[in-house]
Design a protein around this ligand. Structure first.
Ligand code: G3H
Ligand code: 13P
Ligand code: ZN
Length: 314
């Protein structure tokens, strides 16, 4: 399937505009009808471009036919500037499969490999993807993936600015994800005053002027959601994200794609826990699923306005 037949666009024009006007295009992860609808509703309500991100495990969970059926059912128009993006692709084959399914953008994440191997696999993906006018994101540096234990930075390493020009030139990528202190999951910082490494970001930006940069692990982890989850039986104490002010600062320094998954997971769980606790007689799942969709959509819309700055940028 060609992505243009699905009304999708690749990320090239989106990112050029985002850099010129200093905002970030949101990349929200989805994995079922509710998460997809929440993102679509928010993007349409706020007139924001959006990247619909699917991880390999989310693709496996939905199944490719069901996923592409939902994208068809979303009736996306090219004017809405929506991309369908493979998040953290782990192999050349995985990226090829996504492109053949109808994805308009892929990430090849070989950042854990030695530099030369990262270049080699990324270059192969770019060569294939560009034949299909699909954009490619790759990564330099390693984010820590803290999920449930507070174990900061064990395998993480910041992006080395000395590497970026060579990597971009050798691979031909369209955007570069960098590691400046963000991390995946809900436990990102030990202290409230912990800052991202803006010195590294500034160095990268000076070496790659006007080149699209990407921030993974950038959820804000709204404390009001943590409070609701813990009040209704959850156990997520100590969860902390990236401050709005730091994310806004990053969007002024060529970060033109910000990835958010955890905030929507928290919204889904907070709304579900509350709905089930407040209405124990209910046994119609559509009631708590509707509440979850509304909450996630509100989170997306708030972040589009307050973090991404992408409202009314179509
Ligand atoms: O960056 C990773 C995303 O949060 C996706 O996570 O593989 O559990 O869908 P997942
Ligand atoms: P969060 O866990 O901070 O939402 O990051 C998501 C992400 O980077 C997806 O690629
Ligand atoms: Zn990520």
């Amino acid at each position: 399937m060609k992505y243009t037949d699905l009304g999708l666009v690749n990320t090239r024009e989106m990112f050029a505009d985002a850099i010129a006007r200093k905002y970030a295009v949101p990349a929200f992860n989805f994995y079922n009808m509710e998460t997809l609808n929440a993102v679509l509703n928010a993007a349409r309500m706020t007139h924001s471009p959006v990247i619909l991100a699917v991880s390999e495990s989310a693709l496996k969970y939905m199944g490719s036919d069901m996923l592409m059926g939902m994208i068809m059912g979303a009736n996306i128009s090219p004017d809405e500037k929506m991309a369908l993006h493979l998040d953290h692709g782990t192999s050349f084959e995985s990226c090829v499969r996504a492109i053949e399914l109808g994805f308009s953008s892929v990430m090849i994440d070989a950042s854990k490999l030695p530099f030369d191997e990262n270049v080699e696999i990324t270059r192969r993906v770019v060569e294939f993807a560009h034949q299909h006018n699909v954009s490619v994101e790759a990564e330099l540096g390693i984010l820590s993936g803290i999920e449930d234990e507070i174990t900061f930075g064990d395998k993480a390493s910041y992006t080395n600015p000395d590497d970026v020009e060579k990597f971009v030139r050798a691979t031909g990528i369209d955007s570069l994800a960098i590691a400046i202190g963000t991390s995946h999951g809900a436990y990102k910082r030990r202290r409230d005053d912990e800052e991202l490494r803006f010195d590294i970001l500034a160095d990268v930006t000076s070496r790659l002027p006007d080149f699209p940069l990407v921030l993974h692990g950038a959820s804000n982890i709204p404390q009001k959601l943590i409070t609701i989850i813990n009040k209704f039986g959850g156990k997520l104490s100590g969860a902390r994200g990236i401050d709005v002010s730091q994310l806004r600062r990053a969007t002024n320094m060529n970060i033109c794609k910000i990835n958010v998954d955890s905030d929507l997971r928290l919204g889904f769980i907070a709304a579900t826990r509350r709905a089930l606790a407040e209405n124990p007689q209910n046994f119609n799942p559509r009631e708590f699923l509707s509440a979850a969709t509304t909450t996630m959509s509100q989170i997306c819309a708030d972040e589009i306005r307050d973090i991404m700055g992408s409202e009314n940028k179509l």
